[in-house]
Ligand binder design. Structure first.
Ligand SMILES: NC(=O)C1=CN([C@@H]2O[C@H](COP(=O)(O)OP(=O)(O)OC[C@H]3O[C@@H](n4cnc5c(N)ncnc54)[C@H](O)[C@@H]3O)[C@@H](O)[C@H]2O)C=CC1
Ligand SMILES: O=C(O)CCC(=O)C(=O)O
Length: 444
């Protein structure tokens, strides 16, 4: 049995039932096999055994009271996965599907993604099985305060810096920050990122993941003599990442014809009117089906996935395992040329293999959606300096970072004989930096 196979067996045995975590580990370890052949010292120094085991996992009770006086108990998580290159960094997800296996897959991926940004941030992730849907503002605030009442003792600007993810946006970060500040009796702005602009937030953080995804896709297309101009795009999701990916893609002259939420998708053959999406999702917090009330010429498909729609470029920006092998085949049959992963692990490993076999360009999540966390690191830098950069300054830095991530992924893929396989390239480049840092720091 190969070393990688052996580690995968161990991971499955020691982390039973955590299928998303197994999937994420398998995807990374298989693609770094050629690196291990070239660098046996990583195996000799137990890098693989150590990198798949979180440095610390915290699980806690989150009791809160709803507007009717009823008591609820949710479960809170923070997985501090790897701090070899910097303080743990990664978002918080509030969604009913959250359990340890999801937080571990996200935390594991965050190690390599954060490494690719070139900035000093380690990997972590957290969240809760709390469902924010249908909750009042006051309930969200009480939940966030209770969550932070435990979390605050485990985080800090030089320790662990959470941010948003699914179900956690500017409103939740505000409530979390308020409670942290109260408990610590200190203004440690750099403890959370994605903050509001009046209290230490960075311009462009809101847009960063979606913009960064499009910058990466732009580079990938250019390297393959293609561009975004006049391409038909389909996006899953209509949250933070999806919205700003749509905006930037439209700015580059692409036509986005479909977007979705967990209930269904809308199709607008003339192109999605993004102001309407922002109104429905950011202001009214309603379902995407509302779109057809504003634009009766558009169509709504309940219970269906956007991948039924013919497109040149598919941008999964909702959640994990959104594109399985059947949807991948459908996209290929419909003539897709590129897939840009805005969400974390939105394609199954089998779907990714099928895309590669069919020479479809894939911008892998760890690289392509790294713009969000990279801009979070820029927010931390501004907080440390007690300065704020302009929109143009931050956007330029983000664009440069994404160009660099593409170059690193491209170069690593070529170096290891897998030209054009940016999935392997990103995994290899992300892994090498962390593995070398772990080697230099001894067995810790
Ligand atoms: N917000 C950020 O900066 C970053 C987010 N990501 C990833 O991007 C993805 C989207 O995150 P955000 O836009 O921040 O969250 P969000 O909460 O703003 O939006 C999530 C979107 O996904 C849809 N969705 C959620 N669960 C679903 C399900 N089970 N089936 C179908 N649709 C579902 C929701 O309806 C919503 O449109 C996630 O995978 C997240 O981990 C990755 C990097 C950074
Ligand atoms: O900005 C951050 O720290 C986290 C972003 C995030 O959750 C992600 O990259 O998946």
């Amino acid at each position: 049995m190969s070393k990688v196979q052996d580690i995968l067996e161990q991971v499955k045995k020691r982390n039973p039932g955590e299928s998303e975590f197994h999937q994420a580990v398998e995807e990374v370890l298989k693609s770094i096999e050629p690196v291990l052949e070239k660098h046996p010292e990583f195996i000799e120094n137990g890098i693989l055994e150590r990198i798949v085991e979180p440095e610390r996992q915290i699980m806690f009770r989150v009791p809160w009271v709803d507007d009717n006086g009823n008591i609820h108990v949710n479960r809170g998580f923070r997985v501090q996965f790897n701090s070899a290159i910097g303080p743990y960094k990664g978002g918080l997800r509030f969604h009913p599907s959250v359990y340890l296996g999801i937080i571990k897959f996200l935390g594991f991926e965050q190690i390599f993604k954060n490494s690719l940004t070139g900035l000093p941030i380690g990997g972590g992730k957290g969240g809760s099985d709390f469902d924010p849907k249908g909750k009042s503002d006051a309930e969200i605030m009480r939940f966030c305060q209770s969550f932070m009442t435990e979390l605050y003792r485990h985080i800090g600007p030089d320790v662990d810096v959470p941010a948003g993810d699914i179900g956690v946006g500017a409103r939740e970060i505000g409530y979390l920050f308020g409670q942290y500040r109260r408990l610590r009796n200190a203004y440690e702005a750099g403890v959370l990122t994605g903050k509001g602009l009046t209290y230490g937030g960075s311009l462009v953080r809101k847009e960063a993941t979606g913009f960064g995804l499009i910058y990466f896709v732009r580079e990938m297309l250019a390297a393959n003599n293609e561009s975004l101009k006049d391409k038909t795009i389909v996006i899953s999701g209509s949250g933070n990442v999806a919205t700003y990916a749509c905006q930037k893609a439209q700015e580059y002259g692409a036509k986005v014809v479909a977007m979705s939420d967990s209930k269904g998708y809308i199709y607008d053959k003339d192109g999605i009117k993004l102001d309407t999406i922002k109104q429905i999702k950011e202001v009214e917090r309603k379902r995407i089906s509302e779109y057809v009330k504003y634009h009766p010429e558009a169509e709504y498909y309940e219970g269906k996935k956007v991948w039924d729609v013919k497109c040149d470029i598919a941008l999964p920006c909702a959640t994990q395992n959104d594109i399985d092998v059947d949807y991948a085949q459908k996209l290929i049959d419909n003539g897709v040329i590129a897939v840009g992963e805005g969400a974390n692990m939105p394609c199954t490993n089998e779907a990714l293999d099928l895309f590669l076999e069919n020479n479809i360009l894939v911008a892998p999540a760890k690289a392509a959606n790294a713009g969000g966390v990279a801009t979070s690191a820029l927010e931390m830098a501004q907080n440390s300096m007690r300065l704020s950069w302009t929109f143009e300054e931050v956007n330029k830095k983000l664009d440069d970072i994404m160009v660099n991530i593409f170059k690193m992924s491209d170069k690593a893929a070529k170096e290891y004989g897998m030209e054009g396989n940016y999935i392997a390239g990103a995994n290899i480049a992300g892994f090498l930096k962390v593995a070398n840092a772990m080697m230099a720091q001894g067995t810790v």
